[in-house]
Design a protein around this ligand. Sequence first.
Ligand SMILES: [Zn+2]
Length: 359
Amino acid sequence: MALHVRGVVLPDDEVRDLWLIGDRVSHDPVPGSTTIVDSGFILPGLVDAHCHIGIAHGGRPIGSLDEARALAALDREAGVLAIRDAGSPYPYAELDDDPLVPRLARAGQHLAPKQRYLRDIGIEIDEADLAATATQQAKAGNGWVKLVGDWIDREVGDLAPAFSDSGFAAAIDAAQAAGARVAVHTFGEESVAALVRAGVDSVEHGTGLSLDLIDEMARRGTALVPTMINIETFEGIAAKAEDKFPGYASHMRALLAGFPSVVRAANEAGVPIYVGSDAGGGIDHGLAAREMLLLHRKAGLSALAVLAAGSWLAREWLGFAGLVHGGLADLVVYDRDPRADLTVLLEPRRIVLKGSVVR
Ligand SMILES: [Zn+2]
């Protein structure tokens, strides 16, 4: 049975009729279809381009596919119909075709330095094994490899690169040769410079980006997923670390203070920016709309740019077609125009995932 929806379809800004035949969109009428939407604003399904459904609340790895399904459901109910999982300690390739799970672009397990990263989350390796492990993790994911670029080094008392510049470059080459794109976690200034110049595909967080590097990313088309919700936790991290690692604490506070202008500069320079909440561990799922509001209010992205970053451009980036004829049947319907007021994103009226009505 085909479904029929009618409303203002974004980004085209036209009143349109769409028919959903299974998991496909048709622009041609389907006789006998059931109308489920006859007004409102229709957006291609939202995207959370950085979250973790393999990491449970509190930071431990999930223990079952059902746990991943339950976390993904929180995103789905918020209108997030495609997820890029930026690193999972628990393999869940079985969910790629699950009708109730948002579309998945998955990294394998984080590639991390030994005994410095979050416990039980990454594959902790010596640099000598980094490139070979990147090749292997390219196969564990379905298109992405996640690299930890920097983390606190307790001996240094501050953020420090996880690997050497040449180690990063070899890992990126190996992952890309295996057909994957590479996403890198960076907070500091040092590692991100080497990683961007080595051709990483996306910078996650990116609090340490300089204006020069932002220009380099714009030239190369390197993406930025700012995860502003995550960056807001820096004050808490700094407060906890202050006694033992005062240098680290003040560094994290400085990165926090400078971040809105980093994202603003990246947007103005033309760096592709995508919405990512960094849910999983310490951050709840289902907050993509909140991240979109932060990008607008704190970093000055226009409402239209925010919608593109969390919907149609993000889908295109991840390879999930939008509401074109023959496209994928993921959509969210809102009562009001989100371009006029992004807060409506918090109240989706209708959600359709993979051709099935969620709400
Ligand atoms: Zn993350």
